[in-house]
Design a protein around this ligand. Structure first.
Ligand code: NDP
Length: 675
C-alpha cells in the first residue's frame, strides 16, 4: 500500500492515524492512504510567505519562465511513471495524455509566453501610460506586481497532474509560492509529480508544498496577500468561499465548479454535410474521454427538431462500439470512474435526469466490462438520454452527472437553442458545429455572456480544431454563474490573477524608474557616441539621439511615387488632395517619411545593431508637404534580453516638422549584440 505523503515546511510527512484510504478504481482494493492530523498549517503558510515568496520575487519574469520550462522538460522525461500510477484512477492511456502531457504542455506555453510577453524584470505593465495633466508632467499607468502571500490550490480528482500544473504555472510565473491540495481520491499521482518537481532542484525552496489528505484549518489563516483557486463541486465551493476569514480579508477566491456544458448542431447542418459526422464524433469523444469526468464534458446536446432521430441513431452506433474495461488493456476505450462513491453519485444524478428524459443508450444491467470485475470496479457504460420537452425540464439543465452521461434535446430555431444554452445558468464552454457564420454570430450575441468559452467547428477548422473539451493555456478557462464565476489560464491574463494591479501616478521620471521603461517626457540622456555604436549593455533607458533636419521636396515625393509605384492622388494631384479634409495639398507619403527618418537616424557602419525587426504603434499625426522639413528624435524606451547573443531594444521614435509639431510617432525594434 502506498503511503501518500505531504510536503510541509521543507519536510515530507507520512500519513498517520487520521489518514483516509484510497481504493483502486478498477479493483476496488485499497491501494493507498493519505492524510495526517499533524500538519502544521501555520508553519506551511509561513514557509511559503517567508522563504518561497522572497526567493521567487528575486527572480525576473524571464527567470521564472525559464524555470518553468526546465521543470516541464524534467517532468516530460519522467512521464511514464505518472502514466503507470494513473491507471488505478480508472484512466486510459489517452486519458493520461490529456492529464500528464496536457499539464506539461500548459507549463511550456506559460514558459514561452512569459519570455515573449512579459518583461525581464519585476514589474508587469498593464496598458500604456495615461497623460493626466495638461502638459504631460503628471502621468499614470497600471502595473502588476506579485502577491506577497501564498496561493492555495484546491484541486479536483479528475486531473491529478494537469489540475495542478495549470494552476501552478501561472502562479509561479507571477512569482507566488503555492500550496497544492489535490483531491484525496487521486492524490498519489499528484504526490509523485510533486516529488519529481522538488527532486529536480529547479524550484526555489518554499515555492511548492503539498497537502495530501485534509487541508485542516489552513483557510482560516489566510490574509489579503493570499489567493485560493478551487476546482470541484459547487457545494464545496460554496462552503469554502463563505469562510468568514476569506470574506473579512477579501482573499481572492477563484472557483471552477459544476457546469452543464452544451453542444449545438447548427440549423444549417444536414446528415450529408461533414458537420453532421463531426458533431457526432465530438459529442461521443466528450462523453467518453476520462469516462466523462471532465469539467468541460458535453452534458447537453442540442439538435434541430428534424435531426433528432438521425443524431440519436448515429450516436448510439458510436457509443455501442466503446469498449469499457481495464484501462491497461490496449483495446479499452473507456476506463472506470474514479471511485465507488463517484459511481454511486453518477447513478443517482442519472436517475434524476431519467425522471425527465428516456434512456436511449447505456444500460447498467447489460453492458460488459473487459478485464475487470464489473461490480468491484467503478464502471458505468456511456449513457445517453433523450429529453423531448427541454422547456418543461429542470434537472437536465441543472444536474451535472460527472460521468459519461449526456442528454440530447431538440430545438425549434436559434432563439430557442440560445434559450436552452442559457438554462445552464453559466457554463465553462458551449460548442456549435456550423458552417454558417450568421448562426455563429447569433449564438454568440445571445449566449456568450453565459459562457467562459465558445467553440465553433466546421469543415474548415476540423483538421486543426483542438476539441470542445480542451481548455487551452492561451484561452480563458472558467465560466460565469453555476460554473463558479472564476477564470484561469488565458495566457498572461491567468498570471495576473496572482498579481495586484496598481495604478501608479507621478512625473514621467518617476514612472520610468518604476516601470523600467522610458516614458515620453522623462529625462533624456545624450551620449557623445551615436547609440547605434553602443551595445545592448551600454545603451541606457532614455538615451536619445536628435537628428539634423531634412527638407522634403516635390521631387522627393515624385521620385518616391514612381520608384515604389505608390502614385496615390494625395501625393500626385494637388487639386484632388486639397479636396480631401486631411491634406493641405500634395503631401509626402507616410512611408517616405519613415524611410527618410531611417536615413536621418542610422549610423551606417557595422556595429552592435544586428537587425531591424519591426515597428509598433505607428501613427502619422500631421501631413508633411513639399517644402516642409523633418527631424527625428530616437530614444531608448525598453530593453529585453532575447538569447545568449543579443537582446531587443525598443526605441521611441518621434518625427517633428519644422514647427516642432509631431508628424509621426512609432516604436522601432532592433536586435542588439550584448557586447
Ligand atoms: P469536491 O468538491 O468534493 O472536492 C474538490 C476538492 O475540494 C478536493 O480537493 C477536496 O479534497 C477538497 N475539499 C472538499 N472539502 C473540503 C474542505 N472542507 N476544505 C478544504 N478542501 C476541501 O469535489 P470532488 O473532486 O470530489 O468531485 C465531486 C463533484 O464535483 C463531481 O462529482 C462533480 O460533479 C464536481 N466536479 C466538477 C468539476 C468541474 O470543474 N466542473 C471538476 C471536478 C469535480 P478531498 O478530496 O480530500 O475531499
Amino acid at each position: 500500500m502506498l503511503d501518500v505523503q505531504s510536503f510541509a515546511a521543507g519536510q515530507w510527512i507520512a500519513p498517520d492515524s487520521g489518514a483516509r484510504e484510497i481504493a483502486s478504481a478498477i479493483t476496488g482494493d485499497v491501494i493507498a492512504q493519505a492524510g495526517t492530523s499533524a500538519l502544521d498549517v501555520q508553519a506551511m503558510l509561513g514557509y511559503a510567505r517567508d522563504v518561497g515568496g522572497p526567493a521567487l520575487r528575486k527572480l525576473t519574469f524571464h527567470d521564472r519562465a525559464r524555470m518553468l520550462k526546465a521543470v516541464a522538460m524534467y517532468l516530460m522525461e519522467r512521464k511514464q511513471v505518472l502514466y503507470d500510477l494513473s491507471y488505478d484512477t480508472g484512466a486510459t492511456l489517452s486519458d493520461h495524455k490529456i492529464d500528464v502531457d496536457g499539464g506539461i504542455g500548459t507549463m511550456l506555453v506559460f514558459a514561452s509566453k512569459g519570455r515573449r510577453e512579459m518583461p525581464d524584470g519585476h514589474v508587469f505593465l498593464d496598458g500604456p501610460p495615461e497623460q493626466l495633466g495638461r502638459t504631460g508632467a503628471f502621468m499614470g499607468r497600471h502595473i502588476c506586481t506579485p502577491l506577497q502571500g501564498v496561493a492555495v490550490h484546491i484541486n479536483a480528482f479528475n486531473f491529478a497532474v494537469w489540475g495542478m500544473l495549470e494552476k501552478l504555472a501561472p502562479t509561479l510565473l507571477a512569482g507566488v509560492p503555492a500550496i497544492v491540495k489535490p483531491a484525496t481520491a487521486t492524490c498519489y499521482v499528484t504526490e509523485a509529480c510533486v516529488r519529481m518537481m522538488l527532486e529536480s532542484g529547479l524550484l526555489p525552496e518554499g515555492s511548492l508544498q503539498l497537502v495530501s489528505g485534509g487541508l485542516g484549518d489552513m483557510l482560516d489563516h489566510l490574509g489579503c496577500q493570499d489567493a485560493v483557486a478551487f476546482t470541484g463541486s459547487a457545494d464545496t465551493a460554496l462552503k469554502l468561499r463563505a469562510n468568514p476569514v476569506l470574506l473579512e480579508n477579501s482573499v481572492r477566491f477563484a472557483s471552477e465548479q459544476d457546469s452543464l456544458n452544451a453542444s449545438v448542431l447548427g440549423t444549417d447542418v444536414t446528415p450529408d454535410t461533414p458537420e453532421f459526422e463531426l458533431f457526432v464524433k465530438e459529442v461521443q469523444r466528450e462523453m467518453t474521454a476520462k469516462a466523462g469526468q471532465k469539467c468541460t464534458a458535453i452534458r447537453r446536446i442540442m439538435v434541430p427538431d428534424a435531426l433528432i432521430e438521425p443524431v440519436i441513431e448515429a450516436l448510439k452506433g458510436r457509443l455501442s462500439k466503446i469498449a469499457v474495461g481495464d484501462p491497461r488493456l490496449e483495446d479499452t476505450r473507456m476506463g472506470a470512474l474514479v471511485s465507488a462513491s463517484q459511481k454511486q453519485d453518477v447513478l443517482e444524478k442519472a436517475s434524476l435526469i431519467q425522471a425527465e428524459a428516456e434512456i436511449v443508450s447505456g444500460n447498467m444491467d447489460e453492458f460488459t466490462v473487459k478485464g475487470a470485475d464489473k461490480n468491484k470496479g467503478a464502471f458505468v457504460p456511456p449513457m445517453l438520454f433523450h429529453c423531448a420537452d427541454p422547456d418543461a425540464a429542470v434537472r437536465v439543465h441543472d444536474t451535472e452527472a460527472f460521468g459519461p452521461v449526456s442528454t440530447i434535446m431538440p430545438y425549434r430555431d436559434l432563439p430557442h437553442a440560445i434559450d436552452l444554452l442559457n438554462k445552464g445558468k453559466g457554463s465553462l464552454v458551449a460548442s456549435v458545429i456550423t458552417n454558417n457564420s450568421d448562426v455563429a454570430r447569433e449564438i454568440t450575441l445571445g449566449s456568450a455572456t453565459f459562457h467562459g468559452r465558445l467553440y465553433f467547428n466546421n469543415r474548415t477548422s476540423m483538421a486543426e480544431a483542438t476539441g470542445h473539451g480542451a481548455p487551452l493555456p492561451h484561452m480563458v478557462h472558467g465560466g460565469p454563474g453555476r460554473a463558479g464565476g472564476g477564470e484561469e489560464l488565458g495566457g498572461i491574463r491567468g498570471v495576473m490573477h496572482y498579481m495586484q494591479r496598481t495604478a501608479v501616478q507621478g512625473s514621467p521620471d518617476i514612472l520610468s524608474a518604476i516601470s523600467d521603461q522610458w516614458v515620453p517626457g522623462a529625462s533624456e540622456i545624450t551620449h557623445k557616441d551615436h547609440p547605434f555604436t553602443r551595445t545592448f549593455n551600454e545603451v541606457g533607458l532614455g538615451e536619445t539621439f536628435n537628428s539634423p533636419s531634412r527638407e522634403i521636396t516635390l521631387e522627393d515625393i515624385e521620385t518616391f511615387a514612381h520608384f515604389t509605384g505608390d502614385t496615390f492622388y494625395a501625393h500626385m494631384d494637388d487639386e484632388a488632395a486639397k479636396a480631401n479634409p486631411f491634406f493641405p495639398g500634395r503631401v509626402a507619403h507616410g512611408y517616405l517619411l519613415l524611410s527618410f527618418a531611417a536615413g536621418l537616424f542610422v549610423q551606417p557602419d557595422p556595429g552592435p545593431v544586428l537587425a531591424n525587426t519591426g515597428l509598433d504603434n505607428l501613427r502619422f499625426m500631421a501631413p508633411v508637404a513639399a517644402g516642409d522639413s523633418i527631424r527625428v528624435r530616437l530614444t531608448v524606451k525598453h530593453k529585453t534580453p532575447r538569447n545568449d547573443e543579443y537582446g531587443e531594444v525598443r526605441w521611441h521614435v518621434t518625427l517633428y516638422n519644422q514647427d516642432d509639431a509631431v508628424a509621426a510617432e512609432y516604436e522601432l525594434l532592433t536586435m542588439n549584440a550584448y557586447g
